[in-house]
Design a protein around this ligand. Structure first.
Ligand SMILES: Cc1cc2nc3c(=O)[nH]c(=O)nc-3n(C[C@H](O)[C@H](O)[C@H](O)COP(=O)(O)O)c2cc1C
Length: 193
């Protein structure tokens, strides 16, 4: 059994759903999971005491949340020590246009580079459109973005693009990667052994 940290920053709730799904899959596989909501958590004490980290965050207007950036900075040492995965959640990941998917990958790669993080994997997750979670302006912006990115939305105002079985497959492959990597100690004294 290994200890996984799953941390997420979500605004309308889809990244939260993704993170909870990932945590459940890991637990089903017998792993020990600590789940942190970056935007509302009360304490991160002991968060770095883990064997692997998965960090998920959604994109709004081409950017990740500043809370996510702060979290990555605070946990930089652990992120460099442990195997880690970054899960950007966006509408672009659902686009039929390769150029849109490349553009969001570029945003994710720039984000990690700017914060001194080199995740083992960047796994893009297609998000959702939940009109009920948005005010008028946000809804108008999101509908315009969906059109621009060639993403078809349901007239119900509730469209989920996340591919849950592909996400399960990703979790399994990340577990295999973590399992194959030698464990590194968190303390300088231990690391010299
Ligand atoms: C106001 C607004 C701006 C958005 N901007 C982008 C964007 O620039 N690129 C993109 O791919 N998706 C964009 N999205 C889509 C979100 O990334 C997507 O809805 C995601 O599922 C939100 O995740 P969350 O519910 O965890 O916050 C935007 C959504 C909203 C509401």
């Amino acid at each position: 059994m290994l200890r996984y940290l799953v941390a997420y920053a979500s605004r309308e709730g889809q990244t939260e759903k993704v993170a909870h799904h990932v945590a459940r899959r890991l637990e089903d596989d017998g792993q020990l999971v600590r789940l942190i909501d970056i935007k509302t958590h009360e304490t991160e004490a002991g968060a770095d005491d883990c064997d692997a980290m998965l960090i998920a965050g959604s994109i709004h207007l081409g950017q990740f949340d500043t809370d996510l950036a702060d979290f990555v900075m605070r946990h930089g040492e652990a992120l460099r020590r442990c195997p880690s995965a970054f899960l950007p959640v966006s509408l672009s990941a659902a686009s039929h246009e390769q150029s849109e998917r490349n553009a969001v990958d570029e945003i994710a790669r720039r984000f990690v580079a700017e914060h001194g993080w080199a995740p083992d994997v960047i796994y893009h997750v297609a998000g959702a459109i939940h009109d009920r979670e948005l005010n008028y302006v946000e809804r108008t912006v999101l509908h315009a973005i969906a059109e621009m990115k060639d993403v078809e939305r349901d007239s119900s105002g509730n469209t989920e693009f996340t591919d849950w079985s592909a996400l399960d497959e990703f979790v399994r492959s990340f577990e295999a990667l973590v399992q194959s990597k030698p464990r590194r100690s968190s303390t300088p004294a231990d690391s010299s052994v």
